[in-house]
Write a protein that binds this ligand. Sequence first.
Ligand code: NAD
Length: 455
Amino acid sequence: MSYTLINPATEEAMETIEALDVEAVDAAVEKARGAQVAWAGLNPADRAMLLRRFADAVDGDREHLAELEVRNSGHPIGNARWEAEHVRNVLEYYAATPERLFGKQIPVAGGLDVTFQEPLGVVGVITPWNFPMTIASWGFAPALAAGNAVVLKPAEWTPLTSLRLAELGLEAGLPEGLFQVLTGKGSVVGNRFVTNPTVRKVVFTGSTEVGKQIMAGCADQVKRVTLELGGKSANIVFADADVAKAATTAPSSVFDNSGQDCCARSRILVQRSVFDEFMQHFETAVTSLNVGDPTQSTTDMGPLVSRAHHDAVSAYVDADTPVAFRGTAPEGPGFWFAPTVVTPESRTDRCMTEEIFGPVVAVVPFEDEADAVSLANATEFGLSGSIWTRDVARAIRVARGVESGNLSVNSHSSVRYNTPFGGFKQSGLGRELGPDAHLAFTETKNVFIPTTEQD
Ligand code: NAD
């Protein structure tokens, strides 16, 4: 079985991709298991060197990877270049792990007690289509660094950069079978990662709905699982903030990657006394966004990823939707959707509660600090968010009060490879990136060696 990819900016047919079956997945997992045993047995310095070579190979291929992402996913070239560089950085960062995978020496009576961080074995990584190569690297880099093998299933629509990364790994000298990309359907390939007992952990990034199925499936084998799921994050603007700056930077915090971002600040909460001032600046910023050809470095926003996703996002904007203003979008072929700002009357409007995953943002007023925190937390999600205020104490109080894994003050910080990332509540389980991520791909083993006669 195979299927054809479509360029989201032109609707032209591109590469044909193989959809693997369960037998092919099982064969790949078996091969990965063999490679993992040899990999874990290598000298840590050699594993580190091979990961650094992998990072170098990605570095040398950055422009090519970026161009692949533009064609396959419609990302503006400037964004795609950042993504390719980020993958290089993630690999380089975790290349330090094999030689620093420390255990502990614990003081106990009658002997020496030490812990080891043992690899899990084969890890299955399942990725979504919105940031194909970066999210893949958050799984495979620390997993490989901790001594595991990885089978990676990219989203159906966007496998090209993942396939290229597997080639680069091989070119860099990674052992055959250690890092394999298996294309095909989630319900077949992804689901087999859940049911095949040789896969010891599943790292899933995607919708909360599928994440819950994966978690339930993994329970059957008490399989380890990390989940990075949906979001409905708040951008909170207090009256004492630099309101103009908050408004002019807000488009990037929600319309970046056409709003197809789990961290999109898709609810903007503005203190009532500065609501009109904020909206004036925001309208200027939204209408001047450059939406169009993703191959151009001047483009701010490209198309949505597919026709099906375009239909899903469009369903949120109909004749009854309280649209305040919209930006522009090209006519003609391509899955274009103009940036759209809505001002719902009700705080329970679906634009306030559901993850639209497109360039649609809801802006609502709030009264005071307590109201802002309570409104920010009025969601099942808790992934990201921003807080705009000149009052440092308030910034800290609100940051501590918002139930979310990643917050930034007077800024909209994006993901950094060296800081932890993940969600509260139904936005996920576990953390990726940062100094500890590799530990989530190990089991702690405790060993006691007596130095005195034991009873
Ligand atoms: P999705 O859940 O439809 O698919 C994600 C991946 O899971 C795909 O590779 C898909 O093929 C696979 N899959 C589907 N059904 C499966 C099954 N039954 N068993 C195993 N695998 C299966 O999500 P999507 O539409 O690709 O991505 C968008 C979602 O991802 C949004 O909700 C977004 O918020 C979320 N996301 C979260 C993060 C984060 O870090 N928290 C990052 C990016 C995207």
